[in-house]
Design a protein around this ligand. Structure first.
Ligand code: SF4
Length: 319
């Protein structure tokens, strides 16, 4: 019996974004320059493979600064930290290196500016997510969290004329637009920029999946369970009526998913290494002949500079 040809769609962009690459490179450079241990507060990015790889090279992941010995080197993860954490590190004399994604730092700056202007900040985000915890920490007494459009109806604000909304960077574009619209309906004077706080990497990966989802019988998204942007890709496919699964790696594929799937889209959240996609494609190839179709929605060119102390020294042009 000949096995039928299966199409494998690879929407692009997928996998690592510039903020994740920068955060991983910060830990790698510190491991090279200082040697282990390099402490990292929280997972540097939300991916189990990345964390395990860095752990094997001497990174030590901790939940809180009190697990870091005095005078040690500690990295703040890509999701950012509340200013109180930075102050605690400084007070302890820890050598702290900030791997916060610059696009998260931008949201922190917006929150600070709004709070300094006397506004209440309405943060659209998911309770408990590390990025949300950090952003609320910028102005904790002036920030309210909203998780859904329904929650807008019961929101109590001190002054409806003094409001600014912001969002977590890794949410679904459509969901944030819906919540922002509900906020504008209820508080016409509210300031905010629609879904503009959602980062380029999140919106590009969503648009790339949206562009292929109608052709797919099955969507496989590589990413860890705590990766917000990866979960949003699964939701997007399911909302379009297509079976979709979040998988840590190729070993998590259930062969039953593939029985009726002649076109499979494979993508990865911004924190999942590209090699995991290659491994899934190899696994699919082992099950029968495949045709690989790359579908480029957007080419990303974004890069972020490393913190100054980790940039290569400029050549000495003296003399
Ligand atoms: S997903 Fe977006 S906010 Fe998060 S690290 Fe990547 S670019 Fe930065």
């Amino acid at each position: 019996m000949t096995r039928r040809l299966r199409r494998v769609l690879l929407p692009a962009p997928r996998s690592f974004c510039a903020g994740v690459e920068r955060a991983i490179e910060i830990v790698e450079r510190l491991l090279e320059d200082h040697g282990p241990p390099v402490y990292v507060r929280n997972q540097i990015v939300h991916n189990a493979h990345v964390v395990a790889d860095l752990e094997s090279r001497g990174a030590v992941f901790v939940g809180e600064l009190d697990e870091v010995p005095d005078d040690a080197l500690v990295v703040f993860s890509a999701h950012g930290v509340a200013p109180a954490v930075e102050r605690e590190a400084a007070a302890r004399g820890l050598d702290a290196v900030d791997a916060t994604c610059p696009l998260v730092s931008k949201v922190h700056a917006e929150a600070k500016r709004a709070a300094d202007n006397g506004d209440t900040v309405i943060l659209i985000g998911h309770e408990g997510h590390e990025e949300v915890v950090g952003t609320i920490g910028v102005a904790p007494e002036r920030t309210l969290l909203v998780e859904s459009a329904d929650a807008v109806a019961t929101l109590r604000v001190p002054d409806p004329a003094k409001l600014t909304y912001l969002s977590q960077t890794t949410l679904a574009v459509a969901e944030v637009e819906t919540i922002a619209e509900a906020l504008k309906q209820r508080f016409p004077a509210i300031k905010g920029q629609g879904a503009d706080d959602i980062c380029y990497a999140t919106s590009n990966r969503q648009a790339a999946v949206a562009a292929v989802v109608e052709e797919a019988d099955l969507v496989l998204v590589l990413g860890s369970a705590n990766s917000s942007n990866s979960n949003r890709l699964v939701e997007l496919a399911r909302t379009a009526g297509v079976e979709a699964h979040l998988i840590e790696d190729a070993r998590a594929i259930d062969p039953r998913w593939l029985e009726e799937a002649s076109t499979v889209a494979v993508t990865a959240g911004a924190s999942a290494p590209p090699r995991l996609v290659d491994e899934v494609v190899r696994s699919l190839a082992e099950l029968g002949p495949i045709e690989i179709v790359e579908r480029v929605h957007t080419r990303e060119t974004q890069e972020f500079l490393l913190p100054r102390r980790l940039r290569p020294a400029a050549p000495n042009r003296g003399g």
